[in-house]
Design a protein. Structure first.
Ligand SMILES: [Ca+2]
Ligand SMILES: [Ca+2]
Length: 212
């Protein structure tokens, strides 16, 4: 049956609303009710299809975004805001960690923005371990320098609790104290100074070909 015929049937029903005892009218009511149910089914099916299309678009967008991030950095490096970050699985002391990052084409991470600190936290929370970052006061006690020799900004520092405390050990056996900085999973303020000789994982950083 064509749509024109359906339309004229519906109009006919409207014009004959008053004559409810008419057998022809009852037949028409049944017919109209059936058509209404068919339309409701069609509407529901269209609704389901629309939801599925929206979901497909969302998945496609996610995949595209992930593909762009993956192509922006070397394998096993994570992309964030124009930079790539490597979270090592092996452990080394701070100096060897610094050198290993250089060998891999980067440097120990230098954290100069809050969103960068937040990004690093979001990753290391998954690992539940501490990592070396590129900050030390090895040359002059209390003068904190990044591995590119820039000074630690008073506005962008994320020390945990009473850190840095230049702890010298439980019996004062390490007179030089703690000179190298770790990032731990303690929330936004998560840096501590630690003994540079400790063997820990590291975070390396390098520029990405993809700019934010
Ligand atoms: Ca120190
Ligand atoms: Ca400390």
């Amino acid at each position: 049956m064509s749509e024109d015929v359906i339309y004229s049937d519906v109009v006919f029903v409207k014009r004959n609303e008053i004559g409810s005892n008419d057998p022809d009218q009852s037949q028409l009511d049944v017919y109209t009710e059936k058509k209404l149910k068919d339309l409701q089914k069609l509407h529901s099916a269209l609704n389901d299809n629309f939801t599925a299309v929206l979901q497909d678009m969302h998945d496609w967008q996610q995949n595209l975004s992930k593909a762009l991030d993956d192509s922006a950095c070397p394998k096993d490096w994570e992309y964030h805001a124009g930079k790539c970050y490597f979270f090592s699985t092996n452990t080394l002391d701070w100096t060897k960690s610094r050198d290993a990052c250089v060998s891999d084409g980067g440097h120990l991470v230098i954290i100069k923005r809050k969103d960068e600190q937040e990004f690093l936290m979001s990753i290391i929370t998954k690992y539940k371990e501490s990592f070396w970052i590129g900050l030390t006061d090895e040359k002059n006690e209390g003068q904190w320098l990044w591995v590119d020799n820039t000074e630690l900004s008073p506005d962008e520092r994320y020390w945990y609790g009473n850190e840095p405390d230049n702890w010298t050990g439980s019996r004062g056996e390490s007179k030089a104290g703690e000179d190298c900085v770790i990032i731990t999973q303690d929330g936004l303020k998560s840096w501590s100074d630690a003994f540079c000789s400790k063997s820990l994982r590291r975070i390396c950083e390098t520029r990405s070909s993809r700019q934010p």
